[in-house]
Design a protein around this ligand. Sequence first.
Ligand SMILES: [Fe+2]
Ligand SMILES: [Fe+2]
Length: 192
Amino acid sequence: MNENISIMRRKLKKKLSESRYEHTLSVSFTCVCLAMRYGYPLEKAEIAGLLHDCAKCHPDDSYVRRCEKHGIPLTPEEKAAPAVLHAKLGAWMAREHYGITDEEILSAIACHTTGKPGMGLLDKILYVADYIEVRRDKAENLPAMRRLAFEDIDEALFEIVKGTLDYLNKRGMTTDPMTLRTYEYLLTQKKA
Ligand SMILES: [Fe+2]
Ligand SMILES: [Fe+2]
């Protein structure tokens, strides 16, 4: 095994809760499977999966302060609904604490909660893997999404973003505008 990957795993195991660490490993392996399917470098996919939730070890109400402390720019909506901020903080931590300089890995970590317009292949792989990994068991559409992810990752991405928006709307929960922008972008791509 790549030595860096085993070092990362040991560090994550210490920092994350047991269930978060299990989720992290599952996402990492799912990223690798999708990378095999779509022809993306396996090790980069593995690392993106491993580190995607590396910042998810702090109380929810501390993310705004932590991001501001490290000079990570936040929108007013992000400050109002900080649940998505572990992605931005995670990209910062991946660079500063885990020595990651690969911009595709950092991008995938930074947008794994909201997506973004014009996502690259690794962005898509991580976003989809985070939803379909084997420990997930709540969403009704999981079997269909797991199949679709390996048939057409763009279609799976669209359905997962759409489903996330529907879920948040139905429960009257705050939607980060970036998720909405991602959905609108994917919709224009489908029509093109
Ligand atoms: Fe996350
Ligand atoms: Fe996650």
